[in-house]
Design a protein around this ligand. Structure first.
Ligand code: TXA
Ligand code: MG
Length: 325
């Protein structure tokens, strides 16, 4: 059910009392706390099982509030905010004094964004402050894109779940670091590199998936329970057969070009033809293959342009080496 006004007031009250609220955003659901309440922020890390050095994003209701939360805000931040907020863009800036170090993992920089979801914006307006929120999943797992995903994964550990329906973008925000000499993309996401380059008027570098640049950007992240294997599209059917012969329950993400191919697998999900639809469905697909009991997921990477860059980044990380502990 979609949140009503009374739910939003309840959620704002929970935040004021130091509680945790799961809130919808246009990208994925967040696990929110009052950004200025260090104890509440610390609880986010406990609930997620996230190391305290991994910085969080502060969500604001309006770009006008930027100077309350960040210092030395450069003109580029205003330009990007004007163009892309509310929306799936996060800017890394110098930390303002309002932001406790718990929220930034001890860093002197802060990540901020104005989310493009009516329920999130109404909550931010009702609450009045900043809401610090990572994705509402356990550390390293697949991000939730529906309220049910959050309830299933976090249950009673969250004080209130605001339902805003299924997330429209489906992958997390693009993170742009504006604290260096030139802007750089720390994480590809819902705003494409091409859109950013058009507004900035120059090319942007994108990190390789294996390179850990900041805490919280580990190679294995966004991972389902099943092991993810990435292969060239022409090898999908062969890999699926080999894995089946080794006794695996294979889940297959079938690219649009192979939509008519007959491939034997425990579960086959057809990838939508547009990257917008694929991004929206990606995490739901990974969850579904887990739920259907697959222990191996075989997929190929989309072309790495537009939203395909974020999708490929998440698939690579889902396939990345897992911690052995
Ligand atoms: O779309 C999103 O961004 C979602 C929704 C809920 O807003 N949030 C999200 O949060 O993806 P999270 O915590 O799962 O990922 C935020 C990432 C961190 O992993 C970290 O790498 C980066 O943002 N980050 C946060 N603060 C940073 C900082 N000061 N410097 C560099 N990176 C930072
Ligand atoms: Mg996350």
């Amino acid at each position: 059910m979609i949140a009503r006004t009374s739910d939003i007031e309840t959620a704002a009250g929970v935040l004021r009392d130091g509680g945790l609220v799961a809130l919808p955003t246009e990208t994925v659901y967040g696990l929110g706390a009052n950004a200025e309440d260090p104890a509440a922020v610390s609880r986010i890390f406990q609930v997620k099982g996230r190391p305290p050095s991994h910085p969080l994003i502060v969500h604001l209701g309006d770009a006008q509030l930027l100077d309350d939360w960040a210092e030395d805000v450069p003109p580029t931040a205003r330009l990007l905010g004007e163009r892309f907020w509310p929306g799936p863009l996060t800017l890394v800036l110098r930390r303002g004094r309002r932001v406790p170090l718990q929220a930034t993992g001890g860093l002197e920089t802060v990540a901020v964004r104005v989310p493009g979801h009516p329920v999130a914006l109404t909550l931010l307006a009702a609450f009045g402050g900043g809401i610090t929120a990572p994705s509402a999943n356990r550390f390293g797992a697949v991000s939730p894109t529906t309220a049910d995903h959050v309830r299933t994964e976090l249950g009673d550990a969250v004080d209130f779940v605001l339902d805003g329906g299924a997330c429209q973008v489906g992958v997390e925000s693009t993170i742009v670091d504006l604290t260096g000499i030139t802007p750089s993309i720390l994480r590809p996401g819902g705003i494409t590199r091409e859109d950013l380059e058009r507004v900035l008027g120059h090319p942007l570098a994108v990190p390789s998936a294996s390179h850990v640049r900041v805490p919280g950007q580990h190679p294995s992240h966004y991972a389902p329970r099943a092991r993810v294997i990435l292969v060239e599209p022409e090898n999908l059917a062969l890999e699926a057969r080999l894995a089946r012969e080794r006794g695996h329950r294979v889940g297959l993400l079938l690219p649009p070009a192979l939509a008519d191919a007959v491939v034997k697998a425990h579960a086959v999900l057809k990838i939508p033809g547009s990257t917008t639809a694929y991004a929206r469905e990606l995490y739901g697909f990974l969850r579904e293959l887990d739920q259907r009991g697959c222990d191996v997921i075989i997929a190929s990477l989309p072309v790495e342009e537009g939203l395909g860059l974020a999708i490929a980044n998440r698939l690579r990380r889902a396939a990345g080496p897992r911690p052995t502990a």
